[in-house]
Design a protein around this ligand. Sequence first.
Ligand SMILES: Cc1cc2nc3c(=O)[nH]c(=O)nc-3n(C[C@H](O)[C@H](O)[C@H](O)COP(=O)(O)OP(=O)(O)OC[C@H]3O[C@@H](n4cnc5c(N)ncnc54)[C@H](O)[C@@H]3O)c2cc1C
Length: 423
Amino acid sequence: MKANKFLKFGLALMLTLNLASVEAQQYGETMKDKRILISGAGIAGFTLAYWLKQRGFSPTIIEKYPHVRGGGYKVDVRGTALEVAKRMGIYEDLLEANVNLAGSKFVSSDAKVFEFEGDILGHSSIGEIEINRWDLAQILSKKVGEIEIIYGDSITKIDEKMVYFEKMEPREFDIVVGADGQYSNVRRLAFGEDSKFLRRYGIQFCVFPIPNIFELERCEIVYFDNGKLVTAYAVGDHSYACLAYKSEDQAPSPNKALFEKQFQGLDWEVPRLISLMKESNDCYFNSIAQVRMPSWSKGRVVLIGDAAHSVQAMGTSLCMVDGYVLAREIAESNGDYALAFERYEKTMRKVVETSQDLAETNQQAFTDSSMRMKFQLYLMKILPKRIIQYFTEKGKKQMKEVANALTLEPIPKMTQKPSDRQD
Ligand SMILES: Cc1cc2nc3c(=O)[nH]c(=O)nc-3n(C[C@H](O)[C@H](O)[C@H](O)COP(=O)(O)OP(=O)(O)OC[C@H]3O[C@@H](n4cnc5c(N)ncnc54)[C@H](O)[C@@H]3O)c2cc1C
């Protein structure tokens, strides 16, 4: 009796294994052999690499820096991106690293300090996560595990078959993914100059680590003067500052000297922060801009994250969802990458455009008048708390709706064929 049961179990197991291998041949093999190159070891690049690996691919990442880039201010993970994080098994890690600010301090140009409870400047609603960018990059890179990452090199040319590099010998790749940020190198090579796609708002910023000179704990401090903005925050031993200014100068790569010039003559702690910026070897410079493109793919090249559609406040979340969706479509297109790219774009475009439109409306104008700013701060101080809350929550609610606009398909059962998918 027992032997009979055992035999039945063995037969069932063999049948299952056999079916699985037939299924792998039918749906996987053709695509799994595809060589996929991802440019950029950032949030988008790592998320995509993880999901491609999960689907049986062995992607290669190329990163122009000699290591995963550290640094950065806090960024938001919200809406559908939280579902992606849950499916990756990193949600608990993100929760643990949640910045969760308890207070904000505003300093006017005459050094008056206005204190508020909670995260007045942040965009996160309850249930969403705000995290140091560096923590997020580390969590993702750890989760990806073993893959080929080429550091310190960059793509110079992509032709029909080959990809050429600054240092390495040319190599063959079937798909090239640009996940290399707002000023994407792959986008420039495949689609043309930045000016065709960048919508700039004339705000330059620089983020760098500082010692906790303001003695903050789970708190952000903000200083406005004459169209210049200084912010800093600290959580545990992580303390960062950001300097921002508005300028008509379209230079895509502002530098320390430019920032020093712009902030010259300002009071408060600004001179000290400028010295810290000058000493820092970990400054991240960027400008506030949106990338808007009519299409995110061309031939075998496809863009994700900021490279395709950078947007304020939603960029990190969208790029994680991009990574999930693109990997799914590549895996399920049976070698037809044009179809994969088309389906990826069809899924993402609406939510991206709604986010970009909302961000543009919310774009906070840099005030040139310190008096006006001071008046607004006084107003915030004298108005009842619930009125302030009403206005801050209203903005956050809109953002939350957009962030949740895309629902991912349920996790497919192992026996379900890709062609059975319902979404
Ligand atoms: C160091 C750093 C700090 C940041 N700090 C902030 C911040 O404080 N606030 C904020 O809102 N956003 C910040 N961002 C941007 C934010 O991470 C993105 O807006 C968002 O997460 C979308 O991510 P992404 O992966 O598309 O692009 P990114 O996070 O920008 O990643 C792009 C990656 O591509 C790499 N790369 C660039 N050029 C090439 C090339 N030629 N070849 C190969 N690799 C290349 C970059 O080094 C980077 O690792 C920062 C980005 C970086 C890289």
